[in-house]
Design a protein around this ligand. Structure first.
Ligand code: HAM
Length: 419
């Protein structure tokens, strides 16, 4: 028989109870921040039709899809991200939904990635999306919710920056430099690789897309633009993209996010569906990969067969933020949740202990009832490890009809009736 490895497949994770502390901390903050910003919870199945996920845009995700056929020969895949599914779900109910919709979910996503720091082949992603709003208030709102989640995890504002730009702006700038619009999509995906692969390789990709040497050089030079004012000087006084970005930054100031969100023309994003504002959050020390990323994607709904509808959203993964929380010492739960450990000395006290546990649970308390008689020392060692309170029953307690509940933090005891 083939020997079965006890490790999960490469790139996949197990979550032992101690690992769930950090995961729950992240998920709780995500949910609370999304709800606090008025997003509604939705969900979908992890398996999608391959047709929905298949794209021919030269994006990385296209080659990373876990695809398979079911027994009826359907071409299916594990979702690599949530956005195509969201677009499908919104398009399916486009006639009845009240737009704009603000939806969130926590989605497990699968990508066959090269394994590097911060990259797994499976991760959970908070998705926050607003569909049906073309104004910058939608961008501001998803960013505020994501920053709200970081704050709830205890991450200080100085520990990260959201770098934000706009593909619409980049498009205007490329056009000003004489690069025709049909080359822009290819240039975006190539420029997104800046800093990740050597310049020669990026130029090779751009040349494949049809750009000549001069266009490549000009596109690269644009990445050195260091401020929105500098970009505005190239784009000219009537640039809609510049006006849009100025409006967004002013609005972000009102949200109290003026310090955390900065203009950075080099943020382009690697997914082809973005059409406008794009952003990515990074830790300030530059140790980790992107904490979250997203942007505006006004054409995706038509791609899946819906009516033209503007949309903005982001994905916020659990892996990078988990590393960040560990590095900041924020990975432990703030307080141990209330748990009463109930144990007993001899088999004769089992029924009384069971009745007591049932009563405490009916009162709404969480109870860890020991499953067999134990010595006091072993019971209290277990209780100290797991619980906040402990009740240990012996023959004398049964005779008296009372027991003592010990508060393990303060070491104080209270008398409780067993009847
Ligand atoms: P993305 O940039 O591909 O965007 O992923 C968003 C976030 O998910 C990343 O910033 C990172 O935190 C996390 N992430 C992605 N891939 C991995 C991986 N292999 N391992 C660990 N973490 C990962 C999207 O997925 C877009 N669909 C986001 C979006 C939603 N745009 C609009 N709405």
């Amino acid at each position: 028989m083939e020997e079965i490895s006890l490790a999960p497949p490469r790139g996949m994770r197990d979550f032992y109870p101690e690992d769930m502390v950090l995961r729950n901390r992240v998920f709780d903050a995500w949910r609370a921040a999304a709800v606090a910003h008025g997003f509604e919870h939705y969900d979908a199945c992890v398996v999608e039709s391959l047709a929905l996920l298949k794209r021919k845009a030269g994006e990385e995700v296209e080659n990373q899809v876990y695809a398979f056929q079911d027994k009826s020969g359907r071409d299916l895949a594990l979702r690599a991200e949530m956005t195509p599914t969201l677009a499908r779900m919104v398009a399916a109910r486009q006639g009845s939904l009240q737009f704009p919709v603000k939806w969130f979910c926590i989605a497990q996503c699968f990508r066959y990635e090269r394994m590097t720091k911060g990259r797994k082949r499976e991760h959970y992603q908070l998705n926050l999306d607003i569909v049906g709003e073309e104004g910058v208030s939608a961008e501001a709102e998803v960013l505020a919710a994501a920053v709200g989640a970081l704050r709830r995890m205890g991450v200080p504002d100085e520990a990260y920056r959201v770098r934000l730009s706009s593909r619409a702006l980049l498009s205007e700038l490329l056009a000003k430099l004489g690069i025709a619009e049909r080359f822009h999509a290819g240039a975006f995906l190539a420029l997104d690789k800046k800093g990740k692969i050597p310049r020669e390789e990026i130029e090779a990709i751009m040349k494949e897309e049809g750009l000549d040497d001069e266009a490549c050089r000009k596109a690269f030079d644009l990445m050195d633009v260091s401020s929105l004012d500098e970009a505005a000087a190239i784009a000219g006084p009537d640039s809609p993209a510049v006006a849009h970005l100025r409006d967004l930054f002013a609005l972000l100031g009102l949200y109290g996010l003026g310090g955390q969100v900065v203009f950075d023309i080099s943020v382009v994003r690697g997914l082809s569906y973005y059409t406008g504002v794009v952003f990515e959050a990074f830790d300030t020390k530059g140790e980790f990969r992107a904490i979250f990323g997203g942007g505006r994607y006004d054409n995706l709904l038509t791609t899946v067969g819906g009516k033209p509808t503007p949309a903005v959203g982001l994905g916020f993964g659990d892996v990078v933020v988990g590393e960040l929380l560990k590095s900041l010492g924020l990975d432990r739960a703030a307080a141990r949740p209330d748990l009463v450990c109930v144990g007993y000395m001899q088999p004769e006290q089992r029924d009384a202990a069971t009745r007591l546990a049932a009563k405490l649970r009916a009162d709404g308390r969480a109870v860890d009832l020991r499953l067999r008689a134990q010595k006091a020392k072993a019971f209290f060692a277990h209780a100290a490890e797991r619980g906040t309170h402990a009740v240990f029953l012996g023959p004398d307690d049964i005779a008296r009809g009372t027991a003592r509940m010990k508060d393990l933090a303060t070491r104080t005891e209270t008398e409780i009736a067993l009847a």
